[in-house]
Design a protein around this ligand. Structure first.
Ligand SMILES: NC(=O)c1ccc[n+]([C@@H]2O[C@H](COP(=O)([O-])OP(=O)(O)OC[C@H]3O[C@@H](n4cnc5c(N)ncnc54)[C@H](OP(=O)(O)O)[C@@H]3O)[C@@H](O)[C@H]2O)c1
Length: 350
């Protein structure tokens, strides 16, 4: 199926499958703004057609994460180079999804209409959304739709940070800064499952939550410095707080590894991306391994995460769910620190 104008919904995409409507309920956004509860509204939008290499997914649940918040607020401003300068280019927000393949574009192998999938797409705060075939995987029956929708961006980023970049090994000591958040909740579990001794940095109110993920100790960043339980960590995973490189290096072992993933409060223009750049510039001159990374959703990571859930070594920490109409409130709650772990939008409930 292509985007050619002679093809339009409603159409049945496989024998016996439900016809796809021309329009769908969707969260729509006409402008950037901070209080997203008043910027995002429940409305309707045309159901998109899958192009080459894409699938159309009938969305059951959609994940809430910082990336969606950045795209919806247009902050830091550097993000507008991709998302639209004065107003969002994509009027339907949302990245993570779990649902069922409703239609398959040309050149897609290995995915069929009716299969349960999860992954990352575009405009997922809607009844239907497009995704690149390589960014979705089959959803095994042991993972429910809310848990599956909570996995893609945060889970893939955590896995790439802990496994690919930091290469955390059994017995190593790792400090996870931002342990109570979306990425952190997976990173703590993945590092603990690898046999590492995990110290989490989070607000005191979320101490028990982080210990429940498998951390041995928690540092309350509102009351203590990240060196309050000593230094010499083999790995520091930096997800929050935008601390200067000198402070991060100060708690790292002489040959330790620093992986910078992100952090809010990094300034309105670049959001703190300069720290990643400076770490890479400094790296050749010091014994510590310093670097940053950008996460991306890939089918291999989704499958590895699903397998870990199946083995019982990983559990998507979904603590809050919202109906589609409250997507803006969900993103506001995330930005205000009112979410532990992951929040999910149940698209077809409420
Ligand atoms: N590079 C990439 O590709 C990529 C991918 C995903 C995310 N990210 C970035 O990574 C960062 C984390 O993402 P996320 O989804 O995990 O965000 P999140 O769910 O909002 O979690 C952030 C966590 O950081 C904690 N925190 C806030 N201020 C802190 C401070 N000063 N010191 C230590 N911890 C602090 C918060 O703890 P409390 O709530 O307990 O206060 C919160 O749990 C974000 O900046 C995001 O944009 C980057």
């Amino acid at each position: 199926m292509s985007r050619d104008s002679s093809t339009s919904y409603p159409l049945a995409t496989a024998q016996g499958s439900a016809p796809i409507p021309e329009r769908m309920a969707a969260v729509v956004q006409e402008r950037y703004g901070d209080g997203l509860a008043s910027v995002l509204a429940l409305g309707d939008a045309p159901v998109p057609m899958p192009g080459r290499g894409e699938v159309l997914v009938r969305v059951d649940a959609a994940g809430v994460d910082r990336g969606v918040w950045h795209l919806a607020t247009g902050k830091p401003y550097a993000i507008r180079l991709a998302s639209g300068f004065s107003r969002p280019r994509s009027t339907v927000p949302g990245l993570d999804l779990a649902g069922t393949v409703a239609a398959v574009g040309e050149g897609v192998d290995g995915l069929a209409v009716g299969e349960a999938v999860f992954g990352t797409g575009v405009g997922t705060y809607a009844e239907y959304a497009l995704a690149k075939a390589g960014m979705v995987a089959r959803r095994p029956a042991h993972i429910d739709v809310a848990a599956a929708a909570a996995l893609p961006v945060s889970g893939c980023t955590a896995r790439q940070a802990v496994v690919d970049h930091a290469r955390v090994a059994s017995g190593e000591r790792i400090l996870v800064i931002g342990a109570s958040g979306g990425v952190g909740s997976y990173a703590v579990q993945l590092a603990a499952a690898a046999g590492a001794v995990v110290t989490g940095v989070a607000s005191g109110a979320k101490r028990d939550f982080v210990l429940g993920l498998g951390a041995r100790a928690v540092i309350d960043y509102r009351r203590e410095g990240i060196d309050s339980l000593g230094a010499g960590y083999d790995v520091v995973l930096d997800l929050a707080g935008n601390r200067p490189l000198a402070i991060l290096r100060g708690v790292l072992a002489p040959r330790g590894r620093l992986v910078i993933v992100g952090g809010e409060q990094g300034g309105p223009l670049t959001g703190g991306l300069d720290r990643q750049l400076r770490a890479q510039l400094l790296a050749p001159f010091v014994g510590q391994r310093l670097g940053g990374m950008f996460g991306r959703t890939a089918r291999a990571d989704l499958e590895a995460l699903a397998a870990a859930v199946g083995r019982g070594s990983l559990r998507p920490a979904v603590t809050q769910t919202y109906p589609l109409a409250r997507a803006g409130a969900a993103l506001d709650d995330l930005a205000a620190g009112r979410v532990s772990g992951k929040a999910v939008i149940l698209v077809r409930e409420g």
